[in-house]
Design a protein. Structure first.
Lengths: 285, 297
């Protein structure tokens, strides 16, 4: 029985997900020729078997289309509704959902767009979708106590260089070839957007009080935050060195470090702890 | 099992995102809330913050959509581990999911597809339900799904199938009254016959929702108010099955929370009315022998 049920479920999966619809899907099922779909699915004068399977086929596509529209509103705005519809059609053929949670349905959409012919006409679309996906991931990322000013003030000044830091689990550092943060912000604020400049940029995405924010970061900041990766972490001394090495020549390095640290602490970009044997061990893990 | 193995929750509403802030701020007088489990199985952030805030003030029930209990794929252990972790965090009154399959071959359709109603499928599903119950350490509820197709190989009616799975798996039933109404139209059967066949002691929860009329079929869209025919079927179910926790579901074109509150109040009112009729009928039956016989003259 299990094999029969498995064969039945796999047949229905193929028909429901057939890109050209159930009728086209049936044409690719020559073994059904003898009894047709009617030997498997019961129909009546109101709806034949294919129409009944078609209810599920339509629901499958439109449910996922709606989810992807919600997850990638800026990509939708840039592509336009018709083109977005076609992109999703192709995407679902290449990347049918595999996870129980529909949250993951769009996880491959940014890399899909980067290699799709649309990238020839809208070269920033993959970066834009990538930023939208990261914003969504940040929203659902793990909780952890954020490092704040009070925690830092409690540390003796001589202990600051060895104080361990890492980015908060909801913080993400996104490398982009285009300033897609400007496009995303314009669309979120319902302003007219224009094609962004092709400028390598690092976007910091973080969550504060359950809301997700993003902004472009200068090389010194992005290098420091990359060093403080959530999994490995680093210490404050190494962060200062990274900032100093990439700070603009004219900048006041101590002042820059102070400005960045103040901002990170206010935004909740970091979590902290103690370094033990080169690894962070604290309550935030 | 007995229905009293589960708490008597009363009349609840499905928790949906547009209402989070209002519920947390005003704490409306709703008996309980049902969540879609998968919406709160992320690692952290706003959803878990919301549900922790809700849990402090209301009983919560976890209702899943991705268990895929009827699939021929192995049970997804990662999913079940995450489900168990959420249950430990929320301590829900119960956990439910659907009597259906949602994917196969490692692919997910994100839809609730019906199963062939056969003895073999009963055994297949019941074995998996028992496994899930063992893993979660508690009895679960399985829900009858709306459907748009039936299989030529089915040898049981849908109601025989639902009852048989629940009995064989020793699990409880979440009876969706709207789904019975939708299926009765789509597959031409008597909805009351379905309810008559339910084992009363296993029915722990009702779902009430709206649907869309597509002419040739009814679609379970959860985007309309509960229609009068479904309300009447609900009253019939209460008369047959007794006082059962009921929940209003609304998933699309979600109205202001007040409308859901009103629907939950309507469910309470209709339940009381049906229970009064049931009590009256039982009383009438008990005094029947004492009633004077009519003269045949």
């Amino acid at each position: 029985m299990a094999r029969d049920l498995e064969a039945l479920q796999k047949l229905l999966w193929r028909l429901v997900t057939a890109p050209g619809g159930v009728a086209e899907g049936l044409a690719d099922e020559p073994e059904l020729a003898a009894g047709g779909l009617g030997a498997i699915i019961t129909g009546d004068e109101r709806m034949d078997p294919a129409a009944r399977v078609g209810v599920y086929a339509e629901a499958y596509f439109y449910r996922l289309l709606e989810v992807l529209k919600e997850d990638f509103p800026a990509t939708l705005a840039v592509a336009g509704a018709d083109q977005f519809h076609n992109l999703v059609t192709g995407y679902l053929i290449d990347y049918p959902p595999t996870e129980p949670s529909i949250f993951y349905a769009g996880q491959h959409f940014p890399p899909y767009l980067r290699t799709h012919p649309i990238a020839d006409r809208v070269p920033f679309i993959g970066d834009l979708a990538g930023l939208e996906r990261v914003v969504l991931e940040s929203f659902h990322a793990a909780d952890a106590p954020a490092l704040d000013g009070a925690a830092m003030r409690a540390i003796a000044p001589e202990a600051w260089p060895a104080f361990a830091m890492r980015t908060h689990p909801a913080t993400r550092i996104v490398a982009c070839a285009w300033r897609v943060d400007e496009v995303l912000r314009a669309i979120e604020e319902e302003r007219a957007w224009r094609a962004p400049a092709r400028t390598a940029a690092t976007i910091v995405v973080w969550r504060c009080a359950a809301r997700v924010y993003y902004r472009a970061a200068a090389p010194a900041e992005s290098a420091a935050l990359a060093l403080a990766d959530v999994d490995s972490g680093t210490n404050f001394g190494a962060i200062c060195t990274a900032i100093a090495e990439r700070a603009p020549a004219h900048d006041d390095v101590p002042g820059l470090i102070q400005r960045l640290l103040t901002r990170w602490l206010a935004d909740g970009v970091l979590s902290g702890g103690n370094l033990t044997d080169g690894k962070i061990a604290d309550a935030a893990r | 099992m007995k229905r009293s193995d589960f708490p008597a929750l009363g009349f609840g509403v499905g928790l949906r995102r547009p209402h989070y802030a209002e519920i947390l701020e005003s704490r409306p007088p709703i008996d309980w809330f049902e969540i879609i489990s998968e919406n709160f199985m992320g690692a952290g952030g706003r959803p878990l913050e919301v549900i922790d805030g809700m849990r402090a003030h209301y009983p919560i029930v976890m209702h899943g959509v991705s268990l895929s209990i009827g699939s021929t794929d192995p049970l997804n252990r990662t999913y079940l581990k995450d489900l168990g972790a959420l249950a430990r965090r929320l301590e829900p009154a119960w956990i439910s999911d659907h009597l259906c399959w949602t994917g196969v071959g490692g692919r997910n359709l994100h839809d609730l597809l019906p199963l062939p109603y056969t003895e073999e499928t009963v055994m297949h599903v019941a074995r998996r339900v028992r496994e899930v119950q063992e893993l979660l350490g508690r009895r679960i509820l399985i829900e009858n799904v709306s459907s748009y197709l039936t299989y030529a190989d089915s040898t049981l009616s849908e109601w025989e199938f639902v009852a048989a799975v629940a009995t064989e798996a020793d699990c409880a039933i979440l009876l969706d009254i709207n789904n019975i109404h939708v299926n009765a139209f789509n597959h031409r059967f008597d909805a009351r016959r379905y309810i008559d066949a339910m084992p009363p002691e296993r029915v722990v929860q009702f779902h009430l929702a709206g649907h869309s009329d597509h002419g040739a079929y009814l679609l379970d869209t959860h985007d309309h108010p509960v229609c009068e025919a479904v309300w009447r079927l609900y009253e019939y179910a209460v008369r047959r099955l007794g006082a059962v926790a009921a929940l209003i579901e609304w998933d699309d074109h979600i109205p202001a929370f007040g409308e859901l509150e009103a629907a939950a109040a309507e469910a309470r009112h209709r339940s009381w009315r049906a229970l009064a009729r049931r009590a009256g009928a039982l009383a009438a039956r008990s005094i029947e022998p004492l009633a004077p016989r009519e003269s045949k003259d």
